[in-house]
Design a protein around this ligand. Structure first.
Ligand code: DUC
Ligand code: ZN
Ligand code: ZN
Length: 487
C-alpha cells in the first residue's frame, strides 16, 4: 500500500450515513486515498491523532444566505469572508447560498454578481443555488437551461415576500423547466395573501411588536402553501424540496404526499427545534432577534419536528443562516428605531452553531444515531444538490473534508466566541455537550478548536451535477400521463 500520504488522521471513529467504524484516514492531495488499520506513514506524512474521537464528514450547509443583496438600507451582516469563516469553525466545509435574481435582472447577471461577492473571499468550498423571482421567457427558455448545464442545478422559489413571490402559473412554468432540464426545486411555502391580510388586521389595532410576526404567519399559512406546492409539483410530475418546515401542519401535508407516492423532500432548521414563539415575545424588542419565516412555533411543534428528523421525514438539516445585526439600523432596528414587525428583516444567524446543536441534542441525547446526523448534516444535501460523493461522505476519492469532534465536553454558546460578523446568536448561553475539535477542508486544518486557520480565498467554487434526486420517478399513474403529455 502507498505511503505517500500528505496526512494521516489516526484512530478515527469514522461515521458515514451508513456506518461507524474505527480506522486511520489517509489523505493525498486533498482527497481521501485510504481507509485502513495502521496506515504506513511516508517520510513527509503529517499525522493527527483523533484518539478514538468521532470523525464525521465536513458539514454541507445547503441553505444559507451570505452577502445576499437586500432592498436598501437593509444589509446582511456576513459577507463570504465572515460567513465561511464561521462555517469552518462550526464544522461546515461546504456552503450553498443563493444567487438571487432581482426583478428586471437576468439570472445570469445575478450569478455574475454573486461570484464577484464570493470568489477570492470564501474559506470553505461553495456552490450556488439560484433564486428565481422574475421568470421571463428569456429566463425560462434560455438562461436557466444554460446555467443548469454549467453547474447551477437547483433553484429556490418563494410563495411569499413582495419582491420574490411567484404566482401559481409562474410556479408551474418553473417546475416544468426543472423537470425538463433536471434541476432540483426548493420551495418557500407560505401563503402571501393570507399573511398580508393578517398583517393589516394586526397593524390596524396597533399590534406591531415582534411577537405579532408569529401571529401574522400562523400554521395554516404554511400548511396551505405546502399543500399547494405539493399539488403543483404533482401536476407537473417533478420532485420538490420544501425548505425550512416549521411545524406539525406542514409535516402532516408532507406525510400525506409521501403516502400518495409523491416525491416530496423536506428540510428543517435549528430554529424550529430550539426556539419558540416565546422567544419572539421577549421584551424590549429582543424578540426581533428571532424573527424569521416561517416563525418558530411552540413546544408541541418542536416535538413534531424532532420526530420528523428521527423517523426520516426530513432529509436535510440546514441553518437558513440569514444574518442581520440586532443593534444596527440596516439590520433588525431598521432606520434606527424598532420597526413594526412586518419591516423587521427576516432571519437568524446559524452557520456556526448548526452542526454542534444537532450533534449535542440529537446524537449525544440518544435521539438519533450518528449515521443519521451525518445524513442530515452532510450526505443528503450533497446527494440532493449534485455534489456527492465528492462532498458529504468519508470514502476513498472524496474530498478530505472532516470534523473531529470534542464530545461529552460542555460547551456554552457565546456570541463573542463565534466567528460570524453578526452581533448576536439566538442561542446565547445554551449549554451543549459537543463542539468541533478540528475541521479539515481538503486535508488542511481550517479550525483547530481554538483558532480559525483557513485561508481567505481558499474555498473553491463547486459546479453541481444534475441531481439524481431531481429526476421524476417512473410512475404508473401521473397526471402528466393521464393528460397524454409527452415526457
Ligand atoms: N426566511 C427566509 O425565507 N429566508 C431568509 C430568512 C428567513 O427567515
Ligand atoms: Zn425561505
Ligand atoms: Zn432562506
Amino acid at each position: 500500500m502507498s505511503t505517500d500520504f500528505d496526512l494521516i488522521v489516526r484512530n478515527a471513529r469514522a461515521a458515514t450515513a451508513a456506518d461507524l467504524f474505527s480506522c486511520d484516514i489517509g489523505i493525498t492531495a486533498g482527497r481521501i486515498t485510504a481507509l485502513g488499520e495502521r496506515l504506513q506513514a511516508g517520510p513527509g506524512t503529517r499525522e493527527i491523532d483523533a484518539a478514538g474521537r468521532f470523525v464525521t464528514p465536513g458539514g454541507v450547509d445547503s441553505h444559507c444566505h451570505i452577502d445576499q443583496p437586500m432592498l436598501p438600507p437593509i444589509r446582511m451582516a456576513d459577507d463570504f469572508e465572515s460567513g465561511t469563516r464561521s462555517a469552518a469553525c462550526g464544522g461546515t466545509t461546504t456552503v450553498i447560498p443563493f444567487a438571487a435574481q432581482q426583478r428586471g435582472q437576468g439570472v445570469q447577471a445575478a450569478v455574475d454578481d454573486y461570484h464577484r461577492r464570493a470568489d477570492g473571499k470564501a474559506s470553505v468550498d461553495y456552490a450556488f443555488h439560484l433564486i428565481v423571482s422574475d421568470p421571463t421567457p428569456e429566463v425560462l427558455n434560455t438562461e436557466l437551461p444554460a446555467l443548469i448545464d454549467r453547474g447551477y442545478t437547483s433553484f429556490k422559489l418563494y410563495m411569499t415576500y413582495e419582491d420574490m413571490k411567484l404566482d401559481d402559473r409562474q410556479i408551474l412554468e418553473l417546475l416544468e423547466v426543472a423537470r425538463r432540464h433536471g434541476a432540483m426545486v426548493m420551495i418557500h411555502a407560505e401563503n402571501t395573501d393570507a399573511i398580508t391580510y393578517l398583517t393589516e388586521r394586526l397593524l390596524a389595532v396597533g399590534k406591531s411588536e415582534p411577537r405579532y410576526h408569529g401571529l401574522s404567519r400562523p400554521s395554516p399559512v404554511e400548511r396551505e402553501a405546502t399543500h399547494r406546492a405539493i399539488t403543483l409539483a404533482e401536476l407537473v410530475d417533478v420532485p420538490i424540496l420544501l425548505v425550512h418546515v416549521s411545524g406539525a401542519e406542514a409535516v402532516e401535508q408532507i406525510r400525506w404526499a409521501r403516502g400518495k407516492g409523491l416525491n416530496v423532500q423536506a428540510e428543517t432548521c435549528p430554529q424550529y427545534l430550539f426556539l419558540t414563539q416565546d422567544d419572539l415575545a421577549l421584551p424590549n424588542f429582543l424578540g426581533a432577534r428571532c424573527v424569521c419565516s416561517p416563525p418558530p412555533r411552540d413546544k408541541a411543534n418542536q416535538q413534531v419536528i424532532w420526530d420528523g428528523l428521527v423517523d426520516g421525514l426530513f432529509s436535510v438539516f440546514s441553518s437558513d443562516h440569514a444574518p442581520f445585526n440586532y443593534d444596527d439600523d440596516s439590520g433588525k432596528r431598521l432606520g434606527g428605531r424598532p420597526p413594526a414587525f412586518p419591516y423587521i428583516p427576516n432571519g437568524v444567524p446559524g452557520l456556526e452553531t448548526r452542526m454542534a446543536l444537532l450533534f449535542s441534542e440529537g446524537v449525544l441525547t440518544g435521539r438519533m444515531p450518528i449515521q443519521q446526523f451525518v445524513a442530515l448534516t452532510a450526505t443528503n444535501a450533497a446527494r440532493l444538490y449534485g455534489l456527492y460523493p465528492r462532498k458529504g461522505t468519508i470514502a476513498i476519492g472524496s474530498d478530505a473534508d472532516l470534523v473531529i469532534w470534542n464530545s461529552g465536553t460542555p460547551y456554552t454558546i457565546r456570541n463573542e466566541a463565534l466567528h460570524h460578523a453578526t452581533d448576536y446568536t439566538p442561542y446565547e448561553g445554551r449549554e451543549l455537550q459537543a463542539w468541533p475539535a478540528m475541521t479539515l477542508l481538503r486535508g488542511e486544518v481550517v479550525w483547530d478548536g481554538e483558532r480559525f486557520l483557513g485561508r481567505v480565498g481558499g474555498g473553491e467554487f463547486l459546479r453541481c451535477e444534475r441531481p439524481e434526486a431531481a429526476r421524476p420517478r417512473p410512475r404508473e399513474q401521473s397526471w402528466r400521463r393521464w393528460m397524454e403529455l409527452e415526457d
